[in-house]
Design a protein around this ligand. Structure first.
Ligand code: NAD
Ligand code: UD1
Length: 340
């Protein structure tokens, strides 16, 4: 039996392949390489010393998905595939809804046809919008999203919940990621954003390596310990292992309601905390300028992680220093990412 990993060539997917392999799971990877490179798969193969079954394809391609389900014995899916840029989603909402929503609907229909009823879905803390308080618990209100990317995640969560209501033999895990950062400790795998990074850690890493002149710090007048935005940064390898625990959970439970769980560390760090930690890890000075707030940003976002511990027996282990060290190793070894 195999797990189908949609979007498995991407940043989080590629790290998850290693953790799944280390835990004895078999998988196949399906990705259209829209935001990733085959090189990531080659590097995972090198790390695990094993060939990976990789199929290039789009989750909206029904025929190709059906071929895949006919050819391989797939009993579960980890569904990473999707578009993830907030800014792009605002300028191109139709493409985002088409890819994320239609893609997921298509995948779910094919899964149902082939009686494959276990799915782990990549959701995001963005579904909480601007929370009234922190830390954020899973039962906080959701849906106050401010952009099509976030709304697509919220809508997919609802679709999955409705699917379960219609057929409670589906086993569903919705993982709400906080801010994934860092890279594999080998320095061979990491985040390879197209163009100018929108997210903090890749921007800092590119500034440290000399690709960007300075970091713009978006606002210093938030109600936080130093006025800059506070987030829950989680090492991508810890996050990847959370998927193994989610698959274990689905495999070991009988009929269960959709599991909705936060994957974060529970610790909030500010932009300046991250900057200082990265300077320490890299030995580089990182110039920065305080600029206006970024539209749509919130002051504080960090998880209550007690439910993840209780239900999955999972807890993030890696520190902010390790996140910065591994990002730096990846960035300095691969200044142009996978270079493709
Ligand atoms: P990523 O872009 O690196 O990986 C996504 C992968 O999906 C890419 O390899 C891309 O080529 C592939 N893909 C996109 N559309 C596809 C389609 N229609 N058919 C087949 N493959 C397709 O992103 P990531 O950071 O690894 O994120 C993985 C998932 O986690 C995404 O769903 C993302 O929205 C979600 N997520 C990410 C973050 C984050 O900060 N990285 C936070 C919360 C949630
Ligand atoms: C962003 C997205 C969110 C998505 C998440 C993970 C927005 C509004 N939100 O969240 O939907 O789920 O990424 O991909 O885009 N910062 C700077 N300078 C920079 C970049 C960021 O100061 O150049 C600050 C931000 O203001 C924020 C913190 O760093 O306080 C983290 O930003 P970022 O990495 O973009 O993540 P989020 O804003 O949490």
């Amino acid at each position: 039996m195999k797990i189908l990993i949609t979007g498995g060539a991407g940043y989080i997917g590629s790290h998850t392949l290693i953790e799944l392999y280390n835990s004895g799971y078999n998988f196949i990877v399906y990705d259209n390489l829209l935001n990733s490179s085959k090189e990531a798969i080659k590097r995972v193969e090198k790390i695990i010393n094993k060939d990976i079954i990789f199929i290039e394809g789009d989750i909206r391609d029904t025929l190709k998905l059906k071929e895949l389900f006919s050819k391989y014995s797939i009993d579960s899916v980890i569904h990473f595939a999707g578009l993830k840029s907030v800014a792009e989603s605002v300028s191109n909402p139709l493409e985002y809804y088409d890819n994320n929503i239609l893609g997921t609907l298509n995948l779910l229909k094919v899964m149902k046809e082939f009686n494959c009823k276990k799915i782990v879905f990549s959701s995001s803390a963005t579904v909480y919008g601007d929370p009234a308080t922190t830390p954020i618990l899973e039962n906080f209100p959701v849906g106050g999203t401010t952009n099509p990317y976030g709304t697509s995640k919220y809508m997919i969560e609802r679709i999955l919940e409705d699917l379960y209501i219609s057929d409670n033999s589906f086993k569903i895990a919705i993982l709400r990621y906080f801010n994934p950062v860092g890279a594999h400790e080998s320095g061979a795998l990491g985040e390879d954003p197209n163009g100018i990074p929108n997210n903090l850690m890749p921007f800092i890493a590119q500034t440290a390596v000399g690709k960007r002149e300075y970091l713009s710090v978006f606002g210093s007048d938030y109600d936080t310990h130093d006025g800059t935005g506070v987030r829950d940064y989680i090492h991508v390898v810890d996050l990847a292992y959370g998927h193994v625990k989610a698959i274990d959970y689905l495999n070991n439970s009988n009929k269960i309601k959709p599991l909705i769980v936060n994957l974060g560390t529970g610790i909030g760090y500010s932009v300046l905390d991250v900057l200082k930690a990265f300077e320490k890890a890299s030995g580089k000075r990182i110039p920065y300028k305080i600029v206006d707030r970024r539209v749509g940003d919130i002051a504080k976002c960090y998880a209550d992680t007690s439910y993840a511990k209780e239900v999955l027996g999972w807890k993030a282990k890696k520190t902010l220093a390790q996140m910065c060290e591994d990002s730096w190793k990846w960035q300095s070894n691969n200044p142009d990412g996978y270079g493709i």
